[in-house]
Design a protein around this ligand. Structure first.
Ligand code: AGP
Length: 370
């Protein structure tokens, strides 16, 4: 069994460490030789169809839904088309407005999630083109979808999804860039600039993994708490939703992810002396606003850990108790890096609490009942 885990103590840790490879594999063959253009071989979605679209729906469950939040923002920013995200179990039953001009993207690691499969069928019955982002090419979702972009993360064994999530982000970036090329919403130079930054991501993840001990030490601090909060704005908010889900499912610590600016509308009442707050503060355009939200929780006694870029650390340390620096990339791509310390945090917190990391209580790897 240790051999299967490639020398790691758990599948989850192995899979976290496989992310640089998963990024490279998911990009492989999808960028042309010049390195300036995305190509998606085998895509049935025609240029004409892409031009005719008036909206995109991104539908999934759990971690795949969280990846869709980042993916939806990427498509909205790159393609300037309205994007709606929903969890599959809600989407299906609320008569969503689906037309042949809607692109429905379903996201699923396993490709077997019953709710996601049912949502796919609902979308097709309404005439939409359904594109699946999945890690299992022979799965039910891959078979039934009109198009598939495979994430090449390799088999994911741990119940807590890690490399599938980040590979889904890569798939979304590629799809967003591809659609932007067709619709002419980004210049060729801008596309090339994003691609170049994507090529640096695997190495940047490796550099973060080499510093896992800092996260481990912090995880041991929070392991004795029963409640904690994650805050962030914009893409940081999307990423903390994934960080919070990961922490809950394997450490059993109750946590909530909040849009930093929304705290004062209710949740701030829960902040008291010593409550850990993890603030993800990587998005420069809203950094100052996030800092004011950090000050709001600090003033109520919270113990704040900030995750940000190196250059912001000295300033942030004036308002927080601890800070962790992550490498710099384009704001749009930052989720592919900033989620890594949150995955490690969940892993080491679960470990410190003596939990079964790979097989958390009450959960199954693939949910094939609605
Ligand atoms: C991830 O850590 C969870 N175990 C879970 O939320 C999962 O992402 C969800 O059930 C969806 O699974 P899928 O990607 O296989 O469709």
């Amino acid at each position: 069994v240790t051999a299967e885990k490639g020398g790691f103590d758990h599948f989850m840790l192995k899979e976290i460490h496989e992310q640089p490879k998963a990024y490279r594999d998911t990009m492989l063959g999808r960028i042309d030789e010049s390195g300036r253009k995305v190509v998606l071989p085998g895509l049935k979605l025609s240029d004409e169809k892409i031009r005719s679209l008036n909206s995109v729906h991104v539908i999934a469950c759990g971690t795949a839904y969280n990846a869709g939040l980042v993916g939806g923002t990427a498509i909205e920013q790159l393609v300037r088309i309205p994007v709606m995200n929903d969890v599959a179990s809600e989407y299906r039953y609320r008569s969503p407005l689906i037309t042949p001009e809607t692109l429905v993207i379903v996201v699923s690691q396993s490709g077997e999630t019953a709710d996601t499969l049912a949502a796919l069928r609902e979308a097709q019955a309404n005439g939409a083109h359904v594109l699946a982002i999945t890690n299992v090419v022979g799965s039910s979702i891959a078979r039934d979808a009109d198009d598939v972009i495979a994430t090449l993360a390799g088999p994911e064994i741990a119940v807590a999804s890690t490399k599938a999530y980040t590979s889904q982000l890569i798939a979304f970036y590629l799809l967003g860039l591809y659609m932007a090329q067709v619709r002419g919403t980004q210049s060729a130079d801008d596309v090339a600039h994003v691609i170049a930054a994507m090529h640096s991501l695997p190495e940047q993840v490796e550099s973060m993994l080499a510093q896992a001990d800092t996260v481990k030490a912090y995880a041991e601090q929070i392991a004795s708490h029963e409640h904690l909060f994650f805050i962030g704005r914009g893409l940081d908010y999307s990423v903390v939703q994934e960080g919070s889900l990961k922490l809950k499912e394997i450490s059993y610590i109750h946590s909530e992810a909040y849009a930093a600016g929304e705290l004062k509308h209710g949740t701030l009442a829960l902040i008291e002396e010593g409550v850990p707050v993890i603030a993800l503060a990587t998005q420069e355009t809203v950094l100052e606003k996030t800092v004011s939200n950090i000050k709001e929780v600090k003033a109520r006694g919270a113990d704040v850990m900030a995750i940000t870029h190196e250059e912001n650390v000295p300033d942030l340390l004036k308002s927080v108790d601890q800070a962790l620096a992550i490498p710099k990339t384009l704001p749009l791509l930052t989720p592919a890096l900033s989620v890594v310390p949150l995955q490690l945090l969940a892993y080491y917190a679960a470990l410190a609490r003596g939990n079964d990391v790979d097989k958390p209580r009450n959960l199954a790897k693939s949910v094939t009942v609605e």
